[in-house]
Design a protein. Sequence first.
Length: 523
Amino acid sequence: MATLFSSRTGTLSERRALWAFALGCAAVTAGVIAHLPMFVMARHMQYRLAGMPMGGGMILGMALIVGGVLVAGYGLLPRDLGRQRAAAAGITVVAPEDAALGWAHWRLMIVLVIALVIDVMKPAALGFTVPGMVSEYGVPKATVSLVPFFALLGTVAGSILWGWIADLYGRKASILLSAVLFVGTSICGAMPSLAWNIGMCFMMGLAAGGMLPVTYALLAEMMPSRHRGWALVLVGGLGAVGGYFAASGASALLQPLFGWRILWLLNLPTGLTLVLLGGLIPESAKFLLARGRTEEAEAVMRRFGARARRATPAQRARAAAGYAALTGTRLIAKIAALSICALAWGLVNFGLLLWLPADLVARGYSLGLSSRLLAESALIAGPTVFVAALLYSRWSSKGALVAAIAVTIAGLVLVLRLETSGTGSPVWPVALLIVGSNAIIAILLPYAAESVPLGVRGRATGWIAACTKGGGLLAQALGISGLVPPLATVAAIILVPAALALLLVALFGRETRGLDLRDLEAG
């Protein structure tokens, strides 16, 4: 090992970068604190701030936030942008297929679950703020719907942007920069106008959208091959479920006391928690090696029980291919298949399932019965995460995704039949849609992270994550404009991309279960 790495660590530029990041975080935090007096002063008005003027302290605080984010970003900027990757071309990271999990692996999974809970609860809390916004600003619900719409638009842009940052800055740096932006967006809790809330919602979505795919990229590169599949699915699933529970719990406990704005102000403590957790998140050793940062890679590998060895000519060729563009028929087809699947999932999750209760009421079912049906079906979604993790890691990664798409298609077919025939029970259509869609989202991004080359893993996984939100963005745009077609038409339209995704994944998807990521670099 010693012959493969030099011993130089802790350079002056690295210490300056650390201080720059700390200074940026402090500036962002100070900028948020400058907004809190306005919120506190409104305690005798049930924390209603609509129409109140913004003072000079708040303007200064916003400037501190913008400047702080830029300074923190500079601190995270790699010092090695001009370094040749050829310095590490002859080295490969070895994590045997049957390697045991150590405390470092378990700690990483726990920390990333907490990070994803914090990440998911941000957009999840939006649904609990809409009624308060309608009441305080005195505008129609359709107008307030622009808030979650722009948040969703932000997640689309964030998934793409943060995927690019992850491939340039690093996986850990991307997560930390997202956390700093989280802290800054907490000032939305003190914004006196709906327009400012919409703008800050977009920024929050920008920060939240990229963390999930980056987390998958990091975890895929840190886990031993034997345990990679179930760890990816389980961490992502628990983070998503935990985030929704955290958002609903915070709303139930705090909103009656402090109003809807407190759900935004929670971004301050939770964002700072995420920054502090960054000390427990390592950078991917494979990413560090690819950037020529061999000293840091050595330290990470020691903690995670991995080792380095000289790469064979074939491995060096695959490593070089890992930094090539997304080219090649099979690789492009694979990305297209997963992108189409992501779009179909977004249309189901953010469109069909949201419109279904109103449709059931229109067909004669009571609102209570419709809500109970969806709630009982949603209870099945929790165990779906564990079943998906088991199938993905023990049976087949490709097969598990194909099966999830097939279950979703079955639900769409039954919804189409229910709507066209006008008779029958909605129990099975709803149950299959919820189980299938939850299985897809639990599997899709882990499979994407395993299926693309190292050098573009962040960007490709981020793009596919953006497609999941893209389908939702289209569905929400239809809802806001009042152009939602009949549910039978919706189901028929979604069937087309879902069936195409099933075909393309079956044809071009590759089995990734238990394989070393470097064996997948060729696409």
